[in-house]
Write a protein that binds this ligand. Structure first.
Ligand code: PAF
Length: 282
């Protein structure tokens, strides 16, 4: 695997591959890779001739009081895992390479409406930061396909919307969430949890499972949300939001919607965890 910070190098390599009629898959990450990321890379290997990965802790998607400085950086271990998984090219830019004029003078990409609710309501500007960096990375790498985890369900929808709205010729693939044996969704932020908090955090997935069953049996969405909120609080969570939406559009649920998604964000101690569960109403 070749590692570079040079945009021209990435472009030249991808151009060479494409000139030979070969396809390129891209997995953007912020590093501190776990099995969830490695699953994305292995899926990318199956779907394209070459796999490019980026590791960039994007300051634009962190709020002022968020964990940008504390965000775990584990480049050597990440590289070893990526080589094993079959990545061929790794892009590890610095903020100065990505935002040479500084973030204040940087053009940005805003995906309206869905960026401002759910996680966007608690993290103003977060999805603008995500859309901007992903757009920029897409322009640098110019992949045929790009893969994202379904764990960040709203992020996946924001990126799909951006690609569609801006007619980007890239197929976006969502990959199933990888979970610990306890059901806890894998996340770099799980590293902030104590062992005790980690066991308690498994209740998030159990609560969503119960919610989905309740909604399937009686259709009472608001009641299911209220019971689940109490269950999360009893397990030591401070719920941020719990919502049920149409899984295809993230629109509020109407009687026509069959394919639904439960979206949850909750604090365990100081760590904000998110998760989701898709299910059919009947
Ligand atoms: O999901 C992430 O790791 C990040 O939000 C992404 C997509 C790499 C953009 O920085």
């Amino acid at each position: 695997m070749f590692t570079t910070q040079d945009i021209a190098h990435i472009r030249e390599q991808v151009r060479l591959w494409k000139r030979q009629g070969e396809t390129v898959a891209f997995v953007p990450t912020m590093g501190n890779l776990h099995l969830g990321h490695i699953t994305l890379v292995k899926e990318a290997v199956k779907r394209a001739d070459h796999v490019v990965v980026s590791i960039f802790v994007n300051p634009m998607q962190f709020g002022v009081n968020e964990d940008l400085d504390a965000y775990p950086r584990t480049l050597d271990a990440d590289k070893a895992a990526l080589i094993d998984a079959g990545a061929e090219l790794l892009f590890t830019p610095t903020p100065a390479i990505i935002y040479p004029k500084g973030m204040d003078k940087q053009s940005f990409v805003e995906v309206p409406a869905i960026s401002d609710e759910l996680c966007g309501a608690s993290r103003p500007g977060h999805f603008r930061g995500v859309a901007t960096i992903v757009c920029k990375l897409f322009n640098i790498v110019q992949p045929d396909i790009a893969l994202f985890g379904k764990k960040d369900f709203q992020q996946l929808m924001v990126i799909k919307t951006m690609v569609d709205d801006l007619s980007m010729p890239i197929e976006i693939v969502g990959v199933e969430t990888i979970r610990e044996a306890s059901g806890l969704a894998m996340s770099s932020r799980n590293g902030y949890l104590s062992n005790e908090q980690k066991s308690a955090a498994a209740v998030l997935k159990q609560t969503m499972d119960k919610m989905a069953s309740a909604i399937q049996s009686d259709g009472m969405i608001e009641e299911a949300i209220s019971i689940a909120t109490q269950q999360l609080a009893a397990a030591g969570f401070k719920p941020d939001y719990l919502a049920v939406r149409c899984a295809d559009t993230l629109d509020p649920v109407s009687t026509d919607h069959q394919h639904l998604v439960i979206l949850a964000a909750a604090y365990m101690g100081n760590t904000r965890l998110i998760d989701n569960l898709c299910f059919n109403r009947e």
